[in-house]
Write a protein that binds this ligand. Structure first.
Ligand SMILES: Nc1ncnc2c1ncn2[C@@H]1O[C@H](COP(=O)(O)OP(=O)(O)O)[C@@H](O)[C@H]1O
Ligand SMILES: [Mg+2]
Length: 238
């Protein structure tokens, strides 16, 4: 099979059933290499479940997922992460008993040189270098989320999945986050982003998928999917 030659990630016929709840049903998605693709859909439509399956956190989905044309579905999360596909979580996963700097250092690929410098530079980029030696537990919720994003960057991933990364953080940190996404993308990193704020999706994503009840109901640029009648029904009722 060579259906995934020109994309960084191809999801084919992905399904996931939780004891009778069909959270994903025959999902097909293609993620452009070097692009920023958006994933939207009402609450409970299966967005997080999709990221869980793609990242290897959930290994019970069926179908085929290819990252750089290699099958990854069912592989261990650590293996997928080290292959260059990283994700953040809706809730912070920092180690509260480690310092901010240590949290970044432990997220680097093993034996990678320059880890300390890279961590320091990233903290400077988000104006948190004053906090490098404090415990992560001291940070505000928004700061934790930003540091969690930096953790992902420490592994220099090719593709980053972001699940509502800006939820609950203040407008300043939010701007920092989105401008970093833009910068990294300009340097070649691909993104697949779940985000509720349509102005962010409009700004960043040339390509958007809409999920509803576990199925892709629309795909294209935001303007066209917004006018799709299935999408209007899913969001606003018939
Ligand atoms: N671990 C789980 N066990 C049982 N049901 C789940 C689990 N994870 C998700 N679901 C169900 O799958 C559906 C999709 O959920 P989710 O992927 O979290 O949606 P979204 O992220 O789009 O809000 C929901 O009906 C949810 O209740
Ligand atoms: Mg979710």
């Amino acid at each position: 099979m060579d259906y995934c030659q020109n994309h960084i990630l191809c999801i084919h016929d992905l399904s996931r059933n939780f004891g009778g709840v069909q959270a994903l049903h025959g999902v097909d998605i293609h993620i452009l290499r070097g692009g920023i693709t958006g994933l939207i859909g009402p609450n409970g439509s299966g967005k997080t479940t999709l990221f869980q399956a793609v990242s290897g956190m959930d290994r019970d989905a069926t179908g085929d997922v290819r990252f750089s044309n290699k099958s990854i579905l069912g592989k261990r999360a650590s293996k997928i992460y080290h292959a260059g596909l990283a994700r953040t979580f809706q809730l912070s996963r920092l180690f509260p008993e480690l310092t901010v700097l240590e949290n970044l250092m432990v997220a680097a690929r093993p034996n990678m040189p320059g880890t300390h410098k890279q961590a320091t530079q990233l903290l400077m980029r988000i104006n948190l270098h004053h906090y490098e030696n404090v415990l992560a537990s001291v940070l505000s919720y928004g700061q934790k989320r930003l540091v969690e994003f930096l953790r992902v960057l420490m592994s220099a991933p090719e593709l980053i999945l972001l699940d509502e990364p800006a939820a609950g953080i203040n407008p300043t940190l939010r701007q920092t986050l989105w401008s970093m996404v833009r910068e990294l993308n300009a340097q070649g990193t691909s993104f697949f982003i779940i985000e509720h704020d349509m102005s962010v999706i409009a700004d960043l994503c040339a390509d958007v998928y809409v999920l509803n009840e576990g199925e892709v109901i629309a795909h294209g640029d935001l303007e066209s999917v917004r006018q799709d009648k299935h999408v209007l029904e899913a969001y606003f009722g018939a």
